[in-house]
Write a protein that binds this ligand. Sequence first.
Ligand code: ATP
Ligand code: MG
Length: 578
Amino acid sequence: MENKENQGNPGCENKESINFIQSIIDKDKENNKYGGRVHLRFPPEPNGYLHIGHAKSICLNFGLAEKNGGLCNLRFDDTNPSKEDIEFIESIVRDVRWLGFDWEDRLYYASDYFERMYQDALTLVRKGKAYVCDLNPDEIREYRGTFTKPGIESPYRNRSVDESLSLFQRMRDGDFEDGSRVLRAKIDMSSPNLNMRDPVLYRILKKTHHRTKDQWCIYPMYDYAHPLEDYYEGITHSVCTLEFEDHRPLYDWILTNLYSSGLPQQIEFARLNLTNTVMSKRKLRFLVEEGYVNGWDDPRLPTISGLRRRGYTARAIRNFCDRIGVAKTNSIVDIRFLEHCISEDLNQSAQRIMAVLNPLKLIIDNYPENLTEELEGENNPEDSNAGTRKIPFSRVLYIEKEDFQEVPPNKYFRLAPEREVRLKNAYIIQCKEFVKDENTGEIKEVHCTYDPETKSGQPGAKRKVKGTLHWVSASHALTAEVRLYNHLLLDDTVEQQAEEENNDFIGKFNTKSLEILKGCLVESTLKNAPVGNHYQFIRKGYFCVDPDSNKGRLIFNQIVSLRDSWEKIEKLNQDNSR
Ligand code: ATP
Ligand code: MG
């Protein structure tokens, strides 16, 4: 079950965790267990796009290899032809590379081992360790028993080796229908571990495989294939998630019944669970196929492709994976911690610009009508090498609607009748008048005067006012579309159960997870902003140029707002512990 204790406090897993797999590796090195070799693998099944949980596994496996002077393979665990696809293979290769990891020439496919696996299965049959069983899937399930009820042996369990060999050959030849026979390991039907009750090793599946085409009509089960894949590749430490803990005895059984030395060992760690989102590939697929989101790279999804499109950097994701650490018990990480990691990263690197998302016209009545001044703006106060840029200033500007209030509430330091504010990088202005739509009550425009003595960077600029607003010049600004995002799921319950078949989570789908603003105005600096570039829209948040911009429009994705809710949580935690 999930342990909620660590929620909102990923830092606390950290110290112990880095060590627990590393210390196994250290011990093995000390004992010269694999001749000092350290060889890991990342083994995705190409049945969907990778998500942030996979990123944790990628960072862990490639990271451990690097740290120990070892190797890490990329291996496609493509043993189930029914849900797998080339599109997924390509996306996985792209995503692992983008995250910054390199498998050199070690890209492997489980399907390349099908013949060898078949030969190994024959060996098990010859040794009397496997048999062909004619029970159908329902009967097999029934015979297996439960946690409280021991299993019943199959009536085919003791058929002769020769008969099993011949039937297994005929299974391969396509003589039998799907589901009519399987190859099973002969282990122990009364084992307390259900995985050891004569598990199925091979099934008949007359499906075309994306790589081996129609060469095979029997396919190995995951539990049989995986240890062999690891062994064939010389893997030393086979790191996987906790749900495979109960499968470890079977992993070892397969290997020890076939091979005697250099056997890989399986080590389990807790998978990443995040609040407010889904990570099971099946559920992600449902969202994509049912049109809840716009494809696997929809910026609302926690897929690597979605996060990249949203504007996450590989560095921020790696940093997040490092900081949440690796533990042996399941926990849930608050998605706001992921958001905090990208905020921190972009605070250092993103260029600042001004963008008005909900424009309200502001006219400076005492400013010369045909004048344009080039004012200077800092590109990034966090980076002394970032320099400055010229920003055009003129008589007619736009500010945010929310930055003017006819009747300002308490502690509102923005614009209101007779109030003064500073325009960022420009002058102090004072509100003199405003125009209201008589029917709707909506404020149409605001009229101000400016004080020429208060230009930013000039001596007069010392005069202080409480509020500073961002703005754009009406005749210079560019129109842009801005896509604002909210969490995918409304409450923060986790959908960690990949096996859970139902789609109840859809009731929590946040219908306001995407909001599109069409008439936004941005600084002219962004005219040829390249796709993928990051910006801080001053006072608003971090944004990234979306690939759709190529079609002649300027489109931004909101990455995170400037209100860093994680920092608030951290502060609260600290205050509470004082
Ligand atoms: P899902 O459960 O999301 O459908 P999966 O586990 O079936 O994914 P695989 O393609 O088999 O996906 O995963 C490849 C590797 O990534 C495995 O070693 C798996 O343990 C690991 N992995 C998958 N999800 C997570 C996660 N949330 N946290 C950490 N590692 C994960
Ligand atoms: Mg899996």
